[in-house]
Design a protein around this ligand. Structure first.
Ligand SMILES: Nc1nc2c([nH]c(=O)n2[C@@H]2O[C@H](COP(=O)(O)OP(=O)(O)OP(=O)(O)O)[C@@H](O)[C@H]2O)c(=O)[nH]1
Length: 303
């Protein structure tokens, strides 16, 4: 299997840097995340720094794991280790004559990428924070939910609401704020209330053999076995918990960031950190290999 390292490089305005593969190469003409083959015995970060210097004239100052994807093209199999470059120096230029361009995350969906990149493109559309709805639903939700979304939690897990008409109203409120809305476990309910997908609780998900047909499927995971199941199911993302002990689950000790990192490392899907984490910890979570953070308290902006 060909080992490849590729970079997610964001500019200060949040746009993402892509380069176009030369016509004569594998997947010629496709847009790609800059990078290339890892040489024998070379560390991933060293390979990334070398490739970005050679191809773009950039000097990497800091990077962290993003996702790892194994893909079998008819002509070759690749293991693509995506890293997020969080600090770099230099102005990118296509040193090998390749076109190089910055794109907003919203523009990526319309571009032609190698097939292996699809989960990464999908993951880049996700926010840093997601909100789990407090239960019972606070009386001030019509003010607090838009405030929470505006504060950055643009993915909302709508749990604990039985009434379909209320759930539909909550979904509309999420969409009005530009947030994705997930409901618990039930794909038919998600469709009925026009939600964007379902969040599967671990017990329910472990019984499934097939990924439910919804635009977004998330799964709750607490250990390696459930993470492996999420991967096998083809989930789009997971919530991995608990990072710390929380008042909702007293006596259940947290795994801490080192164990979180070990579990999240090398997974082919975005992992969100849950359990006693706050929105202020996005950077720490990402250094531990998370796509972002999730929670109830701290993410809910009551009036
Ligand atoms: N760099 C990069 N390669 C990708 C991506 N997605 C993807 O499937 N690949 C595949 O991974 C392999 C990377 O090899 P490469 O040809 O870019 O490697 P390289 O820069 O070392 O090339 P060279 O040694 O031919 O100059 C290719 O088969 C390519 O199609 C991506 O986003 N970035």
């Amino acid at each position: 299997m060909l080992l490849v390292v590729a970079a997610i490089i964001r500019g200060p305005d949040g746009r993402i840097l892509l380069s176009q593969r030369p016509a004569h190469k594998h997947k010629g003409g496709c847009w790609e995340f800059p990078g290339g083959k890892v040489e024998a015995g070379e560390a991933l970060d060293t390979a990334l720094a070398r490739e970005l210097e050679e191809e773009l004239g950039l000097r990497v100052r800091a990077c962290q794991p993003f996702m790892t994807i194994e893909h079998h093209y008819p002509e070759l199999s690749v293991r693509l280790c995506f890293r997020e470059v969080t600090a770099f120096e230099g102005q990118p230029v296509g040193r090998e004559g390749q076109p190089v361009q910055w794109f907003t995350p919203g523009e990526l969906g319309a571009l032609d990428f190698p097939e292996a990149n699809q989960p990464v493109v999908k993951a880049l559309a996700l926010p840093d924070q997601w909100l789990i709805l407090p239960t019972p639903l606070p009386a001030d939700w019509r003010e607090a939910l838009p405030r929470s979304i505006a504060a950055g939690a643009t993915l909302v897990y709508l749990r604990g609401v039985e009434e379909v008409s209320l759930l539909r109203e909550l979904v509309q409120c999420c969409h009005a704020g530009g947030a994705l809305a997930l409901v618990a476990d039930d794909p038919a309910l998600a469709t009925a209330v026009a939600a964007d997908g379902v969040h599967l609780r671990q017990q329910q998900a472990m019984r499934l053999k097939q990924k439910p047909a919804q635009p977004w499927i998330s799964m709750a995971c607490h250990d390696q076995a459930s993470l492996a199941h999420a991967v096998a199911l083809g989930a789009d993302m997971v919530l991995l918990s608990p990072v710390r002990e929380t008042p909702t689950h007293p006596g259940q000790p947290g795994m801490g960031w080192p164990s979180f990192r070990a579990l999240a490392e090398g997974l082919p899907l975005p992992v969100y950190a849950l359990g006693g984490v706050t929105p202020a910890e996005v950077r720490q979570a990402r250094e531990a290999g998370a796509r972002g953070v999730a929670g109830i308290r701290g993410f809910w902006r009551s009036c």
